[in-house]
Design a protein around this ligand. Structure first.
Ligand code: AMP
Length: 194
């Protein structure tokens, strides 16, 4: 178990919010390996289903390849079973719509817990496009093709940016500057989590 968890001595639930390419997955992976958090990424779950060629994977693929969001009920079901038993989780890429955020509040309420922190990764759009193009060259993700990137940015503005406001209303958001090296962002993140 990691330092942060021992310091706090209680279960921790954190949401990472921010546009595609902001570095949420990279930072979540780092906290998982260094500090023992459980990384729950709906994007990874979807890629896993698609990779295994399951019915769910085939269904989600049609949305994924275009850079569209998978329907709320589908991702809510995916996260539900994993969330119930998990402690010290980082939710990365979920919630991505206001109904998903409301459903998450509801699910946590039912199991008698709440979110500890919502970390908003703030980053400039030009920088994002640059990062996503580099990721496409390395990982070959179809949704990092230029047309899909543009579309995902539009989807983010329309569907996911309101989630930041949803949490801001409840005063739960900590904004961190996600520009800079991976280590610089990591240090800011650790500072924000203390
Ligand atoms: P990510 O790896 O988080 O960038 O997600 C990649 C893709 O998976 C997105 O463009 C969506 O097609 C799908 N996806 C991941 N998380 C969600 C979510 N919470 N709601 C809807 N679609 C999602």
């Amino acid at each position: 178990m990691g330092k942060l968890i021992r310091l706090r001595g209680i279960e921790v639930r954190i949401v990472f919010l921010g546009p595609p390419g902001a570095g949420k997955g990279t930072q979540a992976g780092m906290l998982t390996s260094e500090l023992g958090y459980v990384h729950l990424s709906t994007g990874d779950m979807i890629r896993d289903e698609m990779g295994r060629g399951t019915e769910l994977g085939k269904f989600t693929q049609t949305f994924y390849d275009k850079g569209d969001l998978v329907p709320d009920e589908t991702v809510i079901d995916m996260i539900k079973e994993r969330l119930a038993g998990a402690e010290n989780v980082i939710l990365d890429g979920f919630p991505r719509t206001v109904p998903q955020a409301a459903s998450l509040d509801d699910q946590l309420y039912r199991i008698g817990v709440s979110l500890d922190k919502v970390i908003y990764f703030s980053v400039d759009v030009d920088e994002l496009i640059d990062r996503l193009e580099k990721r496409r060259d390395i990982e070959g993700r179809v949704d990092d093709e230029p047309e899909a990137i543009r579309h995902r940015m539009d989807v983010y503005d329309r569907e996911t940016a309101p989630v930041v406001d949803y949490y801001r209303d409840g005063d739960r958001v900590i904004q961190i500057d996600a520009l800079g090296t991976i280590d610089e962002v990591r240090d800011r993140l650790i500072g924000a989590l203390k």
